[in-house]
Design a protein around this ligand. Structure first.
Ligand code: M6R
Length: 588
């Protein structure tokens, strides 16, 4: 979603703000803008489309030492220059990430007070309300405090006030914001990659906190304007881990990190045949709810399969945007697991809060350290994927699958199963080293594809299908293999690509029967299996190593990710930043 970067210090602000915004491109956006101070005035430049369009309108050598920048992912109003941020009303200029839910009510009130609005956005009410309150309060911090109390929804905001051009202000409620310091000045940013070229030390603004930032000083206040001490955090990854490092796309680079990600995730929780104390001790839960969105939901389906099979605990998997509003049947014997790469997904966060309010134990499985979900859950288990930049999740999915598999072992109390996690990195490397272009060549000219599989293979079908859709814009449907003939098989015609997955011997003959049904309708079948049999029911085959059931789903996702990548490349899609998508979905 939207990205915020701000700088105040001794160096020129615009190069720093623009370079920071580029590191936030992965979040998804459709316009960008900056505000900066020049000769005592606030100047604003905005443009639709990529940051390079904005750069073409900017003079980098501008003598400006304070600036705020923004990439906007449109929610209220089309992508346009007027709707882009920063928004300015009276003495206040603001960039905002999130949604102001009561903006219409505030707008109506302010229009009655004679305020003029020019955009369709919810954001414009923030500078308007700040300006309105400032006329009464006369003090900037007090004005921000009063204004935030009137806003409903989620926000991270950067603020410049004309009456104090020596300070940048920032506040957060529901959307992430960090403050970082290097030897030249201070930054605000939506995420760590934006500041890593300058420093790896930062502080996280907590819910309701307000910051006053000069070039040499940072003061943080709570929502009663009491000063609070903040703990400095250190980002442990290298700058390389947030950069392309010779790969053509982040998606490809991140897929190729999967062997290491697997081992790091296992090694963080396991020592030989036992768990380290990084693995929490859980009481005996009678049931588990896994709640997540998108790919994190699909990895939850893998988790269900493994936990039910090995730990004998019934698991339901729920989409967070539904879970937060529906009647949930849980009690003190239920564990609610929230899975989220970013740890900031609005619906997942809301589902977590709902479960907590109802007194239910919660466990977060998260990648981003210090994210909201990681901080609010009763238990937090990090996956060791490192920064994931491509919008399409790959290595974080594999790391989540690995951790859920370890959790299944933990809940089963069968520690001997940990042996199955030894030596897997070598198999991952073998799978990564294969060429997937020939499969992509078959798929990329079609408008429809199908993924079919049973049980845990169906969960992989869901993920493979989503990867293909989001990166290559090809319509794709995942089906439980036995279900296709109940209607949807009518869409299978000559040459329709069908990816059939079977990694479980116990249902192999059943899945093969279903694949034969589509083959009989002249589908082009790509068969993904761990049992290398010669047969005539497929056109192309991908043979995976035969590994334990706890490991099989972890490695089976890799060819699906690489096929999606190669198809997207053949179709010249914007692989790392697919249209309309955002990396971290911080609105509901
Ligand atoms: O950050 P999260 O894991 O909570 O994000 C959930 C989904 O938005 C995410 O998995 C999305 O489906 C990905 N773009 C899929 O590649």
């Amino acid at each position: 979603m939207c990205g915020i970067v701000g700088y105040i210090g001794k160096e020129k602000a615009l190069p720093r703000v623009l370079s920071g915004l580029k590191f936030l491109e992965y979040r998804g956006y459709d316009s960008a803008g900056v505000a900066y101070v020049k000769n005592g005035n606030v100047e604003i430049v905005k443009e639709v489309g990529k940051i390079v369009n904005l750069e073409n309108k900017i003079n980098y050598s501008e003598e400006t030492f304070m600036g705020i920048g923004h990439t906007r992912w449109a929610t209220h109003g089309v992508p346009s220059i007027i709707n882009s941020h920063p928004h300015r009303v009276g003495k206040f200029t603001v960039v905002h990430n999130g949604i102001i839910e009561n903006y219409l009510k505030i707008k109506e009130m302010l229009i009655n007070e004679g305020v003029n609005f020019i955009s369709e956005t919810d954001t414009e009410v923030i500078p308007a309300l700040l300006n309105y309150n400032y006329n009464k309060e006369k003090d900037i911090l007090k004005t921000i405090e009063v204004t935030l109390k009137e806003l409903e929804g989620s926000y991270a905001i950067g603020i410049i006030c004309d009456d104090d051009l020596d300070n940048l202000y920032a506040a957060r409620c529901g959307s992430p914001l960090i403050i970082a310091k290097d030897k030249t000045g201070n930054f605000i940013a939506s995420d760590v990659p934006a500041i890593l070229s300058y420093t790896n030390k930062y502080i996280l603004l907590e819910e309701g906190e307000i910051a006053k930032i000069s070039s040499s000083n940072v003061e943080v206040y709570n929502n009663k304007l009491d000063k609070v001490e903040k703990e400095e955090m250190i980002f442990e990854g290298s700058q390389d881990s947030a950069m392309l490092n010779g790969y053509e796309h982040y998606m490809l680079k991140e897929i190729h990190e999967e062997g290491k990600v697997f081992s790091e995730t296992v090694n963080y929780y396991v020592d030989g045949n036992s768990f380290k104390n990084t693995m929490p001790e859980f009481k005996d839960y009678k049931n588990i709810h896994i709640v997540a969105c998108g790919s994190a939901y699909y990895v939850g389906c893998i988790g269900k399969s493994l936990i039910e099979e090995f730990a004998n605990i019934p698991v339901t998997v729920e989409v967070a945007s539904e879970y937060r509003y529906k009647k949930n049947f849980y009690d003190k014997d239920t564990l609610v697991i929230i899975i989220s790469q970013s740890g900031e997904t609005a619906d997942s966060l809301a589902a977590l809060r709902k479960a907590k309010e109802d007194g239910i134990d919660t466990l977060a499985i998260v990648n981003v350290v210090g994210s909201s979900i990681s901080r609010e859950a009763d238990y937090t288990m990090y996956v060791k994927a490192g920064p994931e930049i491509a919008v399409a999740t790959t290595k974080a999915f594999l790391a989540q699958a690995t951790l859920l598999s370890l959790l299944a072992v933990k809940l089963s109390n069968k520690l001997e199963l940990l042996n199955e996690f030894v030596g897997v990195e070598k198999y991952i490397k073998e799978i990564l080293d294969k060429d997937y272009k020939k499969y992509a060549n078959v798929i990329y000219t079609h408008n429809d594809t199908f993924f079919i599989g049973r049980l845990v293979d169906y969960a992989l079908c869901l993920e493979g299908s989503l990867k293909l859709k989001e990166t290559s814009y090809i319509n794709s449907v995942a089906f439980q293999a036995g279900e296709l003939k109940h209607g949807t098989i009518s869409l299978v015609t000559d040459g329709t690509p069908v990816i059939g997955i079977c990694t479980d011997e116990s249902i192999e003959s059943k899945t093969i029967s279903n694949i034969k049904e589509v083959k009989a309708r002249n589908a082009f079948v790509i068969y993904i299996t761990n049992n290398d049999i010669e047969a005539d029911f497929y056109d192309l085959k991908i043979v995976l190593p035969k590994l334990h059931k706890l490991i099989m789903p972890i490695v089976t996702v890799i060819p699906l990710q690489l096929i999606a990548y190669e198809v997207a490349k053949l179709r010249c899609c914007d692989i790392d930043k697919p249209r309309n998508l955002a990396k971290s979905v911080t609105v509901e």
